[in-house]
Design a protein around this ligand. Structure first.
Ligand SMILES: N[C@@H](CCC(=O)N[C@@H](CS)C(=O)NCC(=O)O)C(=O)O
Length: 313
């Protein structure tokens, strides 16, 4: 099987989520360090326009968004599984909980970190992340968030408090005695708030159960990684064929089917480029499209359905 390649940078919290996910399965992987700001000339040819971090590549299959990445890792490397006690719920409730951590709570953490940085943010970074996370009116929104920092800190305190209460039980991890995606998703926010907001350590110091769990997640590690150059990753894509079989879903509410041309973009306006491709595989969780380019030949680019808008053109 082709190697797992993660396109990422060390400071990215969402990459940290996936690194923990790789650690849970003790996987061996290659790391391509990408720039923190666009342009990302060696990433964009792989994704067709998606610029966020991280992106996973396996041969000529490109997985965008951590949701899609973790789902693929679970499918390719099912043991140990990401869904503790899976016989009871086969992952559904775990994914549902990650929509809380990764949507609402992530957005609130971003607000606190960006607003809390005040004037320390470099102008180009503030402009890029401001537009990405606050939308077209980002300057007004960021100013408002700065004025309301205590409000957002209070929001975080309540929600990290929920996790602390939950972790007071006998389980070592959130959904059982073994770690899973919910741990990776909750942990990356704790990692982010502790490391990147000056008030983070103090806020978290109130939560002893959360802190013990945090130490247990740290001990999992990140699996085994070695560096790979961006040029080598592009060459791997160019010299490989996508391994995803074509598939259809007769119940797809949008009537998506192989061969249709679509665009895919996050459903919140962060000013991002939509990725265009030919539908190749459709399911209720994932959409996969084929793209051709001179740099990569044919690649299959995968996105989650939840959080993304697919438009037939
Ligand atoms: N929904 C995406 C969110 C990814 C995301 O927002 N990542 C941040 C880094 S932690 C990002 O892309 N920042 C802008 C960049 O790296 O260009 C996912 O789960 O992968």
């Amino acid at each position: 099987m082709s190697e797992i390649i993660l396109h990422q940078y060390p400071q990215s919290p969402v990459a940290e989520k996936v690194r923990v996910g790789l650690g849970i399965k003790n996987l061996t992987w290659r790391s391509v360090e990408i720039p923190r700001l666009p342009p990302k000339p060696d990433l964009i040819p792989l994704t067709g326009g998606y610029r966020r971090t991280p992106v996973m590549q396996i041969g000529a299959d490109i997985y965008c968004d951590s949701q899609c990445i973790l789902r693929e890792l679970e499918s390719r490397y099912p043991s140990p599984g990401y869904y503790p006690a899976a016989e009871h719920y086969s992952g559904g409730i775990a994914w549902a909980i990650t929509r809380w951590t990764d949507d609402r709570l992530f957005a609130q953490c971003i607000k606190v970190v960006l607003a809390g940085a005040g004037d320390d943010l470099p102008a180009d970074f503030a402009e890029d992340r401001g537009r990405l996370y606050f939308g077209p009116q980002w300057q007004t929104e960021l100013k408002a968030a700065r004025n309301e920092l205590q409000h957002f800190a209070a929001q975080l305190r309540t929600q990290f408090g929920w996790l602390n209460d939950w972790l007071a039980g006998d389980n070592h991890f959130i959904l059982g005695d073994t770690p899973g995606i919910v741990d990776a998703c909750a942990y990356h926010l704790v990692w982010f708030i502790r490391g990147r907001w000056t008030g983070g350590k103090r806020l978290l110091s109130e939560f002893p159960h959360l802190q013990s769990w945090e130490s247990r997640v740290q001990l999992i590690g990140h699996g085994n990684s070695t560096d790979l150059s961006a040029a080598e990753a592009l060459a791997i894509a160019r010299d490989s064929q996508p391994s995803t079989p074509e598939s259809t879903d007769p119940n797809d509410p949008q009537g998506l089917a192989p061969g249709m041309t679509v665009t895919i973009a996050p459903d919140i306006d962060g000013g991002e480029v939509a990725v265009q491709g030919l539908v190749h595989a459709v399911s209720s969780d994932t959409i996969s499209v084929l793209r051709e380019s001179a740099q990569c030949n044919r690649v299959c680019v995968h996105f989650p359905r939840v959080g993304y808008r697919i438009t037939v053109i």
